[in-house]
Design a protein around this ligand. Structure first.
Ligand SMILES: O=C(O)[C@@H](O)[C@@H](O)[C@H](O)[C@H](O)CO
Ligand SMILES: [Mg+2]
Length: 402
């Protein structure tokens, strides 16, 4: 069996997605997601110019060997562009293998560990009152877990505050828009949101919050401590994780569970945090961390240290990644939760899929492969549109982490 073509399809049904389609001499094809929000074209070039020519003629059944070829063979290891390109190939190859076997991917991984996948949705509002109302909306929709982000008085366009009830789309302009940040204001305001949420809705639902890399370790420890009475499911990205040691300080000061990893590419980014039990949830995902082949290695390492999974699932990860993540979640023994930001109707139409939402959970179907396809004719109607993630500056103009 041979790979006969590897084509990249870029489409923008509301936001940009990079999809790789691998075709074979036996008529079976597979698709994978390589979307890198705000830097999409770098992955397009990596795939078209440097990966596709190598794939032609290879045996698509050799998933592991092709993964090693692309990882070791590049010489320049790791990084978001390389690992997303590898991730796209890997997803497409698992799709092909599933189709050949007549089995859904979760069966190939080892079979079912659970029926439904608990997901969390994104509730947000301009202030505490609006955010409390938005959380109520998610509770009415049946969600068991909800992430809550609020605008903060005095901060321009605080992270996580969207424009519609169910959709939050950060890549909002053809050049990065400038948002603001003020740690003191956030530290005074965010705990009040969770106090109000618990007063209003009690303790039956899981609540989550994303610090989006804004706090220093000391400030993150302060926030974690303040949030303890409200029993969060997790506090995410409370401080930047390049320096994994920094989490020791946070960890020693708070029992609020910690989650990290949506920008991680490989097991090496996760290793110290996991082995030192400095986090509770690892957020690496299929597209970000080199596909299913690599993500399951991260999950296996995490399981040794009682760290559970919580795959990134924002809208900049296409339905192809979501489908693959759900197969992974259905299998992985140390599952924690899955993020689920809903895609727009246009996106769902471009990527027909067999997963569905019911009562706070997502369910995978039994279609052979990963169960997500691309309607190429429809995709062609939405050409690439430059879109950037915002940047953040402090009040005095200093650049900060968005
Ligand atoms: O937890 C999350 O989903 C976020 O941190 C993302 O919205 C993130 O900002 C985007 O994926 C960036 O592209
Ligand atoms: Mg996040």
């Amino acid at each position: 069996m041979k790979i006969t073509s590897a084509r990249v399809i870029v489409t923008c049904p509301g936001r940009n997605f990079v999809t790789l389609k691998i075709e074979t001499d036996q008529g079976v094809y597979g698709i994978g997601d390589g979307t890198l929000n705000g830097r999409e074209k770098s992955v397009v070039s990596y795939l078209e110019d440097h990966v596709a020519p190598c794939l032609i003629g290879m045996d698509p059944r050799r998933i592991e060997d092709i993964w090693q070829y692309l990882y070791r063979g590049a010489y320049w290891r790791r990084g978001p562009v390389t690992m997303r390109a590898i991730g796209a190939v890997d997803m497409a190859l698992w799709d092909i293998k599933g189709k050949m076997a007549g089995m859904p991917v979760y069966q190939l991984l080892g079979g079912r560990s659970r029926d439904g996948i608990m997901v969390y949705g994104h509730a947000n509002g301009a202030d505490i009152a609006e955010t409390v109302e938005a959380v109520g909306h998610y509770i009415d929709l049946g969600y068991k877990a909800i992430r809550a982000q609020t605008g903060v008085p005095g901060i321009k366009d605080a992270y996580g505050v969207g424009r519609g009830k169910l959709y939050y789309e950060p890549a909002d302009a053809s050049l990065p828009s400038v948002t603001g940040w003020d740690t003191r204001k956030a530290l005074n305001y965010v705990p009040k949101l969770f106090e109000q949420l618990r007063k209003t809705y009690g303790f039956d639902h899981h609540l989550l919050h994303d610090g989006h890399h804004r706090y220093t370790p000391q400030e993150a420890a302060n926030l974690g401590k303040q949030l303890e009475p409200y029993q969060l499911f997790w506090l995410e990205d409370c401080t930047p994780a390049e320096n994994q040691e920094a989490f020791r300080l946070v960890r020693h000061h708070t029992t609020t569970p910690l989650a990290v990893g949506e920008i991680f590419n490989t097991i090496w980014d996760c290793k110290d945090l996991i082995q030192n039990q400095l986090i509770d949830y690892i957020r690496a995902t299929v597209v970000g961390a080199g596909g299913l082949t690599h993500l399951r290695r991260i999950a296996d390492l995490a399981s040794l240290y009682q760290v559970r999974t919580g795959c990134h699932g924002a809208t900049d990860l296409s339905p192809v990644t979501m489908g693959c993540a759900l197969h992974f979640d259905t299998w992985v023994p140390n599952f924690g939760i899955q993020e689920y930001m809903r895609h727009t109707e246009e996106t769902d139409a471009v990527f027909p899929h067999d997963y569905h939402f019911a009562q706070g959970e997502l369910f995978v179907g039994d279609t052979p492969g990963h169960g997500v396809d691309i309607d190429e004719a429809l995709a062609a109607k939405y050409p690439y549109k430059p879109a950037y993630l915002p940047v953040a500056r402090l009040e005095d103009g200093t650049m900060w982490n968005w």
